[in-house]
Design a protein around this ligand. Structure first.
Ligand SMILES: Nc1ncnc2c1ncn2[C@@H]1O[C@H](COP(=O)(O)OP(=O)(O)OP(=O)(O)O)[C@@H](O)[C@H]1O
Ligand SMILES: [Mg+2]
Length: 257
């Protein structure tokens, strides 16, 4: 039986009088691709900020890979719960190269000390080779090979989005959070991204929770979808169930689901 990678129970946060996320219960199992959708301002990014420890919840509980995140800081959640995320607004090191961007992220999880680095110990050299090999493999999966030495700021927008995902994957997560990975991509890039996300899940056997407004992408990539509106969950189901759900249609009023 597949295990739970993310278990969220009754999660909520208020900003002053605004209940941005209210009583949200959600689960992502091993190797699942799950969608989180909802109109602008529904609380999707706030939900990611809660589960990744950027905000402290007012109510509820989060467990990632079976571990409660309650007393963990954001960087500890990333390290100890084996998760990684991308951001709605791209956060690359603009003046570093593509390869440098990946290497900086990869080094978050190395376990050798400064002495090893200074002495260039065997452990250090082996690990460095492994990290570079993984970075190259990921860049080639995302068709960014050949662009290793380009500055991140010079990449086309779609490539910058893909580089963000490569950076997240380089930390070897078991659970990946993607916040609007297709934003700003054209139809062809979005279709390519859909295949890549499935390929990544199959290859690395990870779970993925993805926020996205592009319905074709969401319906094509997700096995299950949760719908948020005004901070509350209004529906959960497979793409077919979500497409037909009257509550969802009402929330999107006029938008094609
Ligand atoms: N730090 C904050 N302080 C105050 N209000 C906030 C804060 N962060 C988010 N909000 C508010 O919470 C609500 C949910 O915002 P959020 O960014 O989570 O929406 P979203 O579903 O990600 O929307 P979008 O699809 O536009 O990205 C909005 O009304 C937003 O203004
Ligand atoms: Mg958002």
């Amino acid at each position: 039986m597949s295990q739970s990678l993310l278990q969220v129970q009754g999660l909520g946060i208020s900003f002053g009088g605004l209940k941005a996320v209210q009583n949200v219960t959600l689960e992502v199992k091993e190797r699942e691709i799950v969608g989180l959708i909802g109109p602008n301002g529904a609380g999707k990014t706030t939900f990611f900020n809660l589960v990744t420890g950027i905000y402290k919840p007012t109510t509820g509980h989060v467990a990632i890979v079976g571990k409660s995140t309650e007393n963990l800081k954001s960087f500890e959640i990333t390290n100890e719960c084996f998760c990684a995320r991308t951001f709605q607004n791209i956060r690359l090191f603009r003046d570093l190269t593509v390869m440098e961007n990946v290497l900086v992220a990869s080094h978050k999880r190395v376990d050798y000390g400064l002495l090893s680095v200074l002495l260039h110990s065997q452990k250090f050299q082996t690990k460095e080779m492994e990290i570079r090999a993984r970075a190259r493999k990921l860049l080639s999966i995302f068709k960014l090979d050949g662009k290793e030495d380009e500055l991140a700021c010079n990449l086309p927008y779609g490539d910058q989005r893909k580089l963000e995902i490569v950076r997240a994957l380089s930390t070897e997560p078991k659970l990946l959070f993607l916040d609007e990975p297709a934003a700003g991509m054209n139809q062809q890039e979005t279709a390519e991204l859909l295949k890549l996300v499935k390929f990544v899940r199959d290859t690395f056997q990870i779970g993925i929770l993805v926020i996205e407004h592009d319905m074709k992408f969401i319906m094509g990539v997700c096995e299950r979808i949760y719908v948020l509106d005004h901070g509350m969950l209004i529906a959960e189901g497979n793409p077919e169930q979500i497409r037909k759900n009257p509550e969802v249609i009402k929330a999107y009023l006029g938008e094609e689901v």
